[in-house]
Design a protein around this ligand. Structure first.
Ligand code: CA
Length: 234
């Protein structure tokens, strides 16, 4: 997968930044780097990179602020957040500012390179099919990016949690069939703590809210009274 991309690395930890730049250049990408948010934002706006690797905790302007500004300027770059595990976790999961992927530090550079290959194919506009190679799937009017934890409808971005995506995966595999709550619980929650069938209902409600045009009159996540649900993609 040797697509050459323009990649901007915004990271203040010098050893990590150097490691990333080296690895990316070794793969034939053109790389720019910045050690703080202000400089990173300026470079992003000046160069219009394909992909931005964005640390969150940066001196001066932090990563969230950089991302917000990039999206405000309608920069089309795919943004991968590099974050230490910590309090910002929930905000990342929500992808409220429209990040395309994230890596939790410490991560392996090799794994990041694999993710970038997938994102690179996306940056180059390989799309189509019900489910494209990067795992995007269309549900009614909503396009769900399974790898990016986001959905998009009418230009609006919606964040999805890991569990919501796992549940959606299950529905996709069983499209058109009636599935009961316990089967869903076993498949999606497995041996986790103590979820109940009510947990499934709560998550289906969330999926409806995010993916249905009219959550109160679901067309995709359909209740089958006394049993569970049936999922229809169209
Ligand atoms: Ca940092």
């Amino acid at each position: 997968m040797s697509t050459s991309l323009n990649i901007l690395v915004i990271e203040d930890e010098e050893p990590l930044r150097i490691a990333l730049v080296d690895a990316l250049e070794a793969k034939g990408h053109r790389v720019s780097e910045a050690a703080d948010g202000e400089q990173g934002l300026a470079l992003a706006l000046a160069e219009g990179p394909d992909i931005v690797l964005l640390d969150l905790m940066l001196p001066g302007r932090d990563g969230f602020s950089v991302l917000r500004e990039l999206r405000r300027d309608r920069l089309a770059a795919l943004v991968v957040i590099l974050s230490a595990r910590g309090e910002e976790w929930d905000r990342i999961q929500g992808f409220e500012y429209g990040a395309d992927d994230y890596m939790v530090k410490p991560f392996s550079v090799r794994e990041l390179m694999l993710r970038l290959d997938a994102l690179g194919r996306r940056a180059n506009g390989d799309v189509p099919g019900a489910r494209d190679p990067v795992g995007r799937v269309r549900i009614g009017e909503t396009l769900v990016d399974m790898a990016g934890y986001t959905a998009e409808r009418n230009g609006e971005r919606i964040g999805l949690s890991r569990r919501e995506l796992e549940l959606l995966e299950y529905f996709l595999r069983n499209e058109g069939q009636v599935v009961d709550r316990n089967a869903i619980l076993n498949a999606v929650w497995g041996h986790d703590a103590d979820p109940t069938p009510r947990t499934v209902d709560m998550h289906v409600l969330k999926l409806r809210k995010k993916l249905e045009l009219e959550p109160d009159q679901p067309r995709h996540f359909i209740t089958v009274r006394g049993v569970g649900y049936r999922f229809e993609r169209r």
